[in-house]
Design a protein around this ligand. Sequence first.
Ligand SMILES: [Zn+2]
Length: 395
Amino acid sequence: MIPGSNMWDERKVTQVFTLEVGRRILDCPIARTNEDKIIWGHHSTGTYTTRTGQHWLLEKENLRSRESSLWKVIAKLPVLPKIRIFGWRLGRGALPVGHKIRATGMGEGICRLCGNYVETVLHAVRECTSVQEILSESGMVNLLPQGPFRDCMERLDASQTLLASEQFSFLIVLLWNIWNRRNRWIHTNQLIPARLVSEYAQLVHGDFQKSNENVVNRVTCARGKKWMKPEQGQVKINVDGAWLAANRTVAIGVIARDHHGLMIDGCAKMVEGAHTAETVEVCAFEAGVRMAMDNGWDRVILEGDALSIVNRLRNGDQDCSVAATFLEETREALRTHTGFTVQHVARDANRAAHELAQTCFRTLADFSFIFDVPDSISSIVIHDAIFSDCMHLSI
Ligand SMILES: [Zn+2]
């Protein structure tokens, strides 16, 4: 490190270490603190709890991340909400099949469709001969991954990896229909033919896809994905940080606008020192706060699209992450300026600040401006100002 600073001595690091190791060292942000203390490195609070300990152990086995990515896919499936819930229950093996009911002392647990095997979740939606017929009718039978699998979650995860997203959402709709057919047979003794189950699943899936496309097109700008003007007397400052891993270049963009949507101050500049994608967002917020203080504004909304930083600025008294040590100055400013608020915004609504940072990358120069919108963002600023008041307008 350069003595008395929080910057790496780049020349010394590259002299002492190999190119690769040196690059990794230079990529490490240096916290703005001189006090060392012991912290639990697997949670941003730095405090060890059994919960975070267990989370870390699961992460270690790569189970947690695998599961959570599967749940994220299921949660976003373009299907009816009740079918998404069915997908989650299926992955968890949380369906009231024969062998589970038998465990409570009720029934034999044998499949009521084929009458030959104990009914597990896997049997009910995949292995039963009655189900195989439906999978074959739908054309899915040869597309599904072959085992062995430890559980339903693993099987579903493999299907999700193997299939295209539309095929996977159809699979979940189909399995939902298979499960409903099984229930109907048990409760009313009516067995829907395999061909009809397959056709109905295709109908449900196709109809939902079409209606979903229309809805998405209609409400694009009503979902908070567009910039909103502040109230009269308030200033809104949008901030964004950009980080080019290839050459470790970091830039920030900051733009302040009034209640008409007119730009009243702005800057874009390169940032020195080692940074991560997260710490550069901190620098952007820091620059936004400084701009507000320099101008003497007292009612300010600071807006950025880095959710983790917004959350840390709003809460996070106990926060030992690297980003948190960079946040101290901004936190202190927010404590003393009660008219300053911080809020998260969708990336689409933060395009002006984003584009400013990108312009900085392209020109490799710092620039600041007042009342004179740079060409690179003029169309975005005009668009934001015009469309800010029309929550239901289509674009
Ligand atoms: Zn069966």
